[in-house]
Write a protein of this length. Structure first.
Length: 241
């Protein structure tokens, strides 16, 4: 790789100096920090009763019961705050070739609510839209389910809310190949923040390696371009951990 080049997948097969995968991954994990609320869950993090009906995967549910409800409802991290009210719509469709009478039972926890469940009859190909309201009171994860009953039996569809999480991705390894003595050689790589909270990083790199910038903050959905520089004082093979 040339100076300042961002290596792509499969470009790590040059001979010579390697900054190994374990080194980069362990350094990245040690470097990243975020607020306690975004990294830890309280002891009561999961709220709501466990449904007694079967939780069936979408494709299996469509084959067995002739009903498609998608994959349930989920409020992602960073999309809600305690004290607010958030509404999502669940589409319930009859994908069978027969008339279906559909009943449903409300979520058991008080944090998810729906209108009183009146049974509906769905012709083949028709659907009904159900509104589900989420009213969180604490910054924690919530999980419950809506139980549907049709002629073929009952099944549960999950409704859940997730906390914001710190999730990052970094290049798995850096290879410099052959480099000149007493002349700095740099290889660029990316630190990506795929989570919902800002990721603060600080690199600690042993000589003769150096990473710039050595610290910083990466916003959610953004990436930081970093450069690892090697300055050899004598001909040798080096491996940094």
């Amino acid at each position: 790789a040339t100076d300042g080049e961002v290596p792509g997948p499969g470009s790590w097969n040059l001979p010579g100096l390697v900054l190994g995968e374990a080194a980069l991954q362990s350094a990245a994990m040690a470097a990243l920090a975020a607020s306690a609320s975004s990294l830890s869950l309280p002891p009561h993090a999961l709220t709501g009763a466990v449904a007694t009906s079967r939780s069936v995967a979408r494709e299996s549910r469509m084959r067995e019961f002739g009903i498609d409800c998608g994959d349930g409802l989920s409020w992602g991290g960073g999309t809600w705050e305690p004290g607010g009210e958030y509404v999502q719509r669940l589409h319930v469709k009859n994908v069978s070739a027969r008339m279906q009478r559909v009943r449903w039972r409300l979520p058991e926890s008080k944090f998810f609510s729906m209108e009183f469940p009146d049974p509906v009859r769905l012709a083949p190909g028709s659907s009904v839209v159900l509104e589900v309201r989420f009213r969180p009171v604490r910054r924690e994860e919530y999980e419950d389910s809506i139980t549907f009953t049709v002629d073929a039996g009952s099944f549960a569809v999950p409704v859940r809310a997730r906390l914001s999480r710190l999730e990052t991705a970094v290049t798995s390894a850096i290879e410099f190949g052959l480099v000149p003595v007493n002349e700095p050689t740099g290889v660029a790589f990316l630190l990506e923040n795929s989570g919902q909270v800002p990721a603060r990083f600080q690199w600690q790199c042993p000589a003769p390696f150096d990473v710039e910038p050595s610290s910083g903050l990466v916003a959610p959905g953004e990436s930081a371009r970093l450069v690892c520089t090697l300055l050899c004082s004598a001909a040798s093979i080096l491996d940094a951990v």
